[in-house]
Design a binder for this molecule. Sequence first.
Ligand code: ATP
Ligand code: MG
Length: 299
Amino acid sequence: MSVAPLRTVDTQIVPDAGAGTESGTAGTAISVDGVRKIYDTGRERTEAVSGVSFDVKRGEFVAILGPSGCGKSTLLMMCGGLESITSGRIDIEGVAMTQPRPSIGVMFQDASLLPWKTVLENILFPIKILKRPMAEYTERARSLIDMVGLHGFEDKKPHQLSGGMRQRVAICRALVYDPDILLMDEPFSALDAITRDEMGEALLDIWEQYTKTALFVTHSIREAVLLADRVLVMTRRPATIVEDIRIPFGRPRPRDVSGSPEFNEICVYLRSLIESGHGAAQGRRSGDGPVLQPGRRGA
Ligand SMILES: Nc1ncnc2c1ncn2[C@@H]1O[C@H](COP(=O)(O)OP(=O)(O)OP(=O)(O)O)[C@@H](O)[C@H]1O
Ligand SMILES: [Mg+2]
């Protein structure tokens, strides 16, 4: 089923700070250039991210893989304006990222729903915060609810839902106000394997009719290969990008692709990179990564 389109032009309601400039590179939604992050707690300095550069084109779905603690969440938070950048630059739609913007939707591992609000109220919460027209977005929220299979649960509270259902609500909440860019930090990692697969399929369904630019952090190699157009691999901390591969499966993505030898070969290759903590292309600027040639680069 399709999601109700919005009739209101976003910029009429809440413009992004600094949006509307002409400085953006055509076709580039996210540009990360030489970004470094040092956490300084006063007692300790931790270099979490070191000289990371990559671009994400408009409408592209890019997954980020890397060992635990390597700085993936830090990178995503900097892209969302939720964490300061020590040096380097992140531009979103050509505008330097310094603070959160309504054109960027964020989704974390924990659904973080408001326990006293219903499913529908939780989904519409950003609309309330952004002071957008409630009636119009309610129609859209209901379409999204149907799409993720939550029809009939609109008036339930979060404690009456399963973990997978709560994550579905979080997806709807991230999409309801029509952000151009979605940043997702391991959104399905708290779920069991079967529910996780279902959520991946739900996200694919949404993607096919509702293309957005996405940066998606995951620990699951298979999830990354199934969902993404490109996969970036980060090293151990301080993290740099060591590989940027284009996933050679088109859209709409065949649901049975994960059973193919090519899919498995890509997964084996990515696993070997992550386990070794090294890659084939140390420190290069990413953004137009090579298509993996199975058999040439396999583990
Ligand atoms: N607010 C903070 N203050 C100080 N150090 C931090 C802070 N947040 C993260 N770090 C450190 O930065 C490094 C990277 O953390 P980050 O959460 O970005 O890693 P990650 O790749 O997302 O890990 P995981 O896969 O386990 O989620 C870690 O060493 C962590 O301890
Ligand atoms: Mg993390």
